[in-house]
Design a protein around this ligand. Structure first.
Ligand code: FES
Length: 115
């Protein structure tokens, strides 16, 4: 059994690495409020703070691509998330995955997976 288990474990590890969210550079000119920037949902506050979450829906993983009436809306089954990544209505049951935001000296931001 061991000869089969080792390649399977290696395959799982490769898959884990490939699915790991990657750091992403955000544009320096983000609009105020909620927006989508690549694979991130971004909230830019009037005081300059920036928060970000993964743009992958916590229901079945569809990419979030629109903001309607102040909420991020999933194109697949209609889950909606507020400006803190919390579920407004399902079927998603979990909040969006928060990302760490790092301000760059050049004026932009980079977002990193939290874990
Ligand atoms: Fe987003 Fe189903 S994948 S609501």
């Amino acid at each position: 059994l061991l000869p089969l288990a080792l390649p399977f474990a290696a395959m799982l590890q490769r898959q884990r690495v490939m699915n790991r969210p990657q750091p992403q550079v955000l544009p320096a000119e983000l609009p105020l409020g909620l927006s989508i920037a690549g694979d991130a949902v971004v909230h830019r506050h009037p005081d300059g703070r920036v928060q970000a979450w993964s743009a992958h829906c916590t229901h079945l993983g569809c990419r979030l691509d629109r903001v309607i009436d102040g909420a991020v809306v999933c194109p697949c089954h209609g889950s909606r998330f507020d400006d803190q990544g919390r579920v407004l209505n399902g079927p998603a049951a979990r909040p969006l995955q928060a990302l760490r935001v790092h301000a760059e000296a050049t004026g932009g931001w980079t977002v990193h997976p939290s874990a």
